[in-house]
Design a protein around this ligand. Structure first.
Ligand code: A3P
Length: 319
């Protein structure tokens, strides 16, 4: 049952807050920072979401490849409906849990709200929530979690470009130095970045059958292998005569070039449901690895690398 005792005003006023950009604040919950527009959903998911064992949850830090993975997971799980990606934005097909009323009503309220694809019995959700706030929820379920992460420097640069496409930024652009400073001290939506990555990395080491960890860079480097691995992890491996051809087709139809060429993804229309007025085209910029080199000085690169080097190394991967 949904907990209806939630009082946003009360919750917000009791949370630590930090100035993020201009007059906007982020609010801290469980060690992470959230926009006021997402905090109500985050609390509701934390309290009420009970995944089904068949659910697929795509988790990610913002700007690390969520849109790409939504397209890929949707195509892998719903092969007969993958053409929908030519006319719908991946975010319209795979809803964010924390924007709980984005898709009419809380998607997790009832198993009768089957999925973005009503013909299919497997639900795919996504979330930017850190594992630390979902630990109880995910550990008590047999659902599968896919986590995608990305080099922090490209993540930061992508975030900066993304936020500067927001309506508010037309009047008051978000200065790059402020974006760097906030990212480095963790005061960024769903930050700190490193704690977010570490949480899911630990989950994937603890429960490898239930949590699959991959990086944007690995996927770029060898998409075919990773798409096959994802399908196997999700329990729906490619079958039939031309497995390689099926994999190639999904990789191509979800590539940056193909996805971003669809009219829907060039549209300036606002993505319904997410209360941030995000336009459908704002999820596609250039989709390259290492683009940060055009933006960050050696000094900033070293500062960001120092934040993650030791922590990530101790968990067996490196940026
Ligand atoms: P850039 O800003 O570096 O171009 P998210 O989906 O988590 O919001 O991440 C957005 C980033 O992923 C953007 O990166 C965007 O261009 C890139 N992206 C979107 N679709 C992609 C795709 N199909 N393949 C590769 N990158 C993609």
């Amino acid at each position: 049952m949904e907990d209806s005792s939630f009082d946003l005003e009360l919750e917000l006023s009791s949370l630590p807050r930090e100035k993020w950009w201009a007059d906007d604040y982020l609010y801290q919950l469980g060690g992470f920072w959230f926009l006021p527009q997402s905090i109500e959903g985050v609390i509701r998911v934390n309290k009420n979401f009970r995944p089904l064992p068949s659910d697929v949850i795509l988790a990610s830090f913002p700007k690390t490849g969520t849109t790409w993975l939504k397209a890929l997971l949707y195509s892998i799980v719903n092969p007969s409906s993958k053409h929908r990606l030519t006319v719908e934005n991946p975010h319209s097909l795979v809803p964010f849990l924390e924007y709980f009323d984005s898709y009419g009503k809380p998607p997790y309220e009832s198993t009768t709200v089957v999925s973005p694809d009503a013909n299919h019995c497997r639900r795919i959700f996504s979330t930017h929530m850190p594992y630390q706030l979902l630990e109880r929820t995910l550990d008590s379920s047999d659902c599968r979690v896919v986590y995608v992460t990305r080099n922090p420097k490209d993540t930061l640069v992508s975030t900066w470009h993304f936020v500067n496409k927001w309506e508010k930024a037309r009047e008051e652009p978000w200065p790059f130095e402020v974006a760097v400073e906030k990212f480095c001290c963790g005061v960024t939506p769903y930050g700190p970045y490193d704690d977010h990555v570490m949480g899911y990395r630990k989950l994937s080491l603890k429960r490898p059958k239930n949590a699959h960890f991959l990086t944007y860079e690995e996927l770029k480097n060898d998409p075919e292998t990773h798409v096959k691995n994802l399908a196997e992890f999700l329990g729906c491996p490619f079958e039939g005569e031309d497995v390689e051809g099926q994999v190639r087709e999904i990789v191509k139809s979800c590539s940056f070039e193909v996805l971003s060429s669809h009219e829907v993804n060039k549209s300036e229309d606002v993505l319904p449901g997410i209360p941030l007025n995000l336009t459908l085209n704002s999820f596609f910029r250039n989709g390259v690895v290492g683009g940060y080199k055009d933006h960050l000085s050696d000094e900033i690169v070293e500062k960001i690398d120092a934040l993650t080097r030791e922590k990530f190394h101790s968990l067996g991967f490196m940026y």
